[in-house]
Design a protein around this ligand. Sequence first.
Ligand SMILES: *Cc1c(COP(=O)(O)O)cnc(C)c1O
Length: 426
Amino acid sequence: MQSTDPATAVQTIDRATCTSLDAVDPLAPFRDRFSLPEGVVYLDGNSLGALPRGTRAHVDRVVAEEWGVGLIRSWNDAGWFAKPQSVGDRIAPLIGAGPGEVVLGDSTSASLFQVATAAARLRPGRRVVVAERGSFPTDLYVLESVQETVGGPAPLERRLVHEDGPTLEDVLDEDVAVVVLSHVDYRTGRMHDLAEVTRRVHDAGALVVWDLCHSVGAVPVDLTSADADFAVGCTYKYLNGGPGAPSFMWAAARHHDAARPALTGWHGHARPFEFPVGFEPAPGVARFRVGTPQLLSLAALEASLDVWADVDLDLVREKSLRLTELFISLVDHRLGRWPVEVVTPRRSSLRGSQVALRHESGYAIVQALIERGVIGDFRAPDLMRFGFAPLYVSHADVWDAVDALEDVLASEVWREPRFARRGDVT
Ligand SMILES: *Cc1c(COP(=O)(O)O)cnc(C)c1O
């Protein structure tokens, strides 16, 4: 009888097994729609997604035709003014949102300020915001501004939850206005149950703002069936919109008319070209717009959304779990001699599309890996992070990455002083 013990199964896996898995992978053809440098295993698509092949030509055309020839006329003729919403409508199916519910904004930080302020204002009288201690720090920093903006004379109070406690149950009560959570944790890859957590927040009478930076394009998300309130997310990570691509904001339709954003700018006005002196919010999520949108970044994003239009997210999830499971098994099997700890949940329902490994010299190890063409990244103080973007990462890539990792650890090449040097961005 064949053993079903995964620890035994992994011993029989070799590179040929991985290439045969690639041969039957329904998403494998998508790799050709990206331009990746020769000899690179790219496991950092969770930080900056790869370049879709169609992006250059599309951006070129927008620059040459819409800007160069159309000039100011393109605000109408090329649909520039409506872009933040028309592009939002193309993101909507990726997050379980309806048409007219998503709008593109500035950075995720700015967008979080917009929607978390609006959310807190929908619960007047409640004086507490809740967030996670392990959040991507900008979310916490932005929340400080929300606390001051909404609080009046004294800022709103902040309560932080953590896996080791206090839990959400510990801090939720009738004083809590808003809970801001990352669906998938940027460091550990731990994933919340969107619907279940939303329900618990609602039971306390509070609203939830989901940060989808590490979810959108990585795992299926259904904000509507989860009955969530607000969400924001990045488009330059798994969505491959390019460096500086704008973030998106989503609000459930039931909040559209009452939501009062933090920044009330002319592009969020109901009648911007009548230039009235007072702000009057545009209907729906358009009110979250502030000023002139980054049209060239939106053009790059549109080109990547042409790829996403052809993607089945259930296949993305299946492959993502296969890749992360394979990586974890190979790490367990081949790196057991070294003090490398898998920090990411092993239960697939709790895992996004990345795996974090802990090693006290993680920074130097990642630098040595990058020199070998395996690009992951490092998050202080000791986490090596590997993102598995299912559209362009193969099973063979996973094999090669673990090979390189084993080689770096066995040779101890990472101890060379040049790998300890840190740039501005780590
Ligand atoms: C990447 C990321 C951001 C990025 O914020 P920007 O303002 O777009 O730089 C914010 N929150 C989380 C959780 C992230 O992962």
